[in-house]
Write a protein that binds this ligand. Structure first.
Ligand SMILES: [Zn+2]
Length: 421
């Protein structure tokens, strides 16, 4: 979105109001205890909001719809706290969680899927639903009505669909890293299911982001060496600038902008790749990764400091820069019911030709030579074929465990795959 300076001012106030109302709701719910009465629901909160607007001049100067939608967002987040993966709604912070939702002010008649008009059960009149007010300016630009701001221009970033404007009931405006974004709330059309039943295995790694079992290797774009050098330069300048100075803030902002570029690049790649995967393959198999555990810090405690802390934190950064979790999540969204998670142990050490598991088969990060049958393959491709077959393998029982006994996992696995340098 490209608002004018006056509009920016107003939209930032909307953000502040939405954040304030959300945080009030969080506070109300944080007081909830089992022996007390339950915290107020959406309807009660709306009533309280009207009351608060009457008493508080700052709040009543803002838009009531924006504030009410913040409560609605909170209610939805609360309802979805067990399924969304985000847990209980928490505090929103200034400069970090800037955004607000706007509900459409236009009214349009609603129809059923078969084309018959939707009618109110009581009155029999046709239901008139909300719709956002959008206007196209030219091929790439459009404008939208934001309460209190008039028309705000934005660039149409979604191509195709006959160049149609979004027909949404609401939209969300966010402000992140000095950029305004608009997102219309639309249920996307499901991707067509491919006619084939080719199973594809996807092995995620650090050197190759996603190795497919058909031999393709997909890489998530990272920052270039030049961009990384620029980040270091600005970090250095920020560190040397006097405390609390404008120069320090400016250098930090430059670092943040470059880091945001990396995140945007990663997100874009994940979206495109997951769409490609969902379009081309029917069953998709990912190896099951616990990214949270994999990227655990090696720092340790003051009494027991960890070893190789810098290396581990570098590896953690490299893992998180690959967007493994996002790729899996978005593929799941786009191909519902067609994505499976395969247990990961030994997928990288098992020979995909004969099934022999030996850590000596893995000659280096990229090379796999089976110590039993001599099968040679790229290590990542070999692992993805194992994933496609749906198996990692069963570890042979260790000698220390009794016959038929179950081996206990030790903290340091000897069967760890070679790490990239
Ligand atoms: Zn083999």
């Amino acid at each position: 979105m490209y608002p004018s300076p006056v509009q920016v001012e107003r939209m930032l106030t909307h953000c502040a109001h939405a954040r304030y109302v959300w945080n009030l709701a969080v506070e109300q719910h944080s007081h909830r205890r089992r022996w007390r009465r339950s915290a107020p629901g959406f309807a009660e909160q709306c009533r309280q909001l009207t009351e608060a607007r009457r008493e508080n001049e700052w709040l009543s100067s803002g838009n009531a719809d924006v504030q009410q939608q913040a409560l609605k967002d909170f209610a939805r987040a609360m309802n979805a706290r067990f399924t969304s993966g985000f847990g209980e709604p928490t505090w929103r912070r200034k400069h970090v969680h800037e955004g607000f939702r706007v509900i459409g002010t236009d009214r349009v008649p609603e129809y059923h899927a078969d084309g018959s008009p939707k009618r109110n059960a009581k009155t029999g009149r046709q239901v008139r639903g909300r719709s956002v007010v959008v206007q196209r300016l030219n091929r790439r630009w459009a404008q939208v009505r934001v309460p209190g701001c008039g028309w705000v221009r934005f660039r149409l970033s979604v191509k195709g669909k006959g160049g149609k404007l979004p027909e949404a009931k609401s939209f969300r405006v966010t402000f992140r890293n000095g950029q305004w974004h608009i997102a219309f709330a639309l249920v996307p059309e499901p991707l067509p299911v491919p006619g084939t039943d080719t199973v594809i295995g996807i092995d995620r790694g650090v050197t190759v982001t996603a190795a497919l079992s058909d031999g393709r290797k997909l890489n998530c774009p990272q920052l270039t060496a030049k961009e990384r050098a620029r980040i270091r330069k600005h970090q250095r300048r920020a560190a040397r600038a006097p405390k609390g100075s404008a120069a320090k803030a400016a250098e930090h902002a430059k670092v943040a902008r470059l880091k945001a570029r990396e995140a945007n690049r990663r997100k874009d790649w994940c979206e495109k790749t997951s769409t490609m995967l969902a379009r081309c393959y029917a069953p998709l198999r990912f190896e099951k990764l616990n990214i949270k555990n994999m990227t655990r810090s090696a720092k340790g405690t003051v009494e027991q400091p960890g070893q190789n802390v810098a290396q581990k934190s570098g590896l953690n950064r490299a893992i998180l820069a690959q967007g493994w979790g996002l790729l899996r999540q978005r593929t799941g969204h786009k191909a519902p019911g067609r994505v499976e998670d395969v247990p990961a142990p030994y997928t990288s050490l098992r020979c995909s030709a004969c099934g022999w598991i030996d850590k000596n088969s893995r000659k280096s990060q990229a090379e796999f030579v089976c110590s039993s049958c001599g099968f040679t393959c790229n290590a990542d491709t070999n692992a993805s074929i194992n994933v496609a077959a749906g198996q990692g393998g069963i570890p042979r029982p260790r000698r220390s465990a009794g016959a038929g006994g179950v081996t206990t996992a030790t903290s340091r696995s000897s069967a760890r795959e070679p790490q990239p340098k």
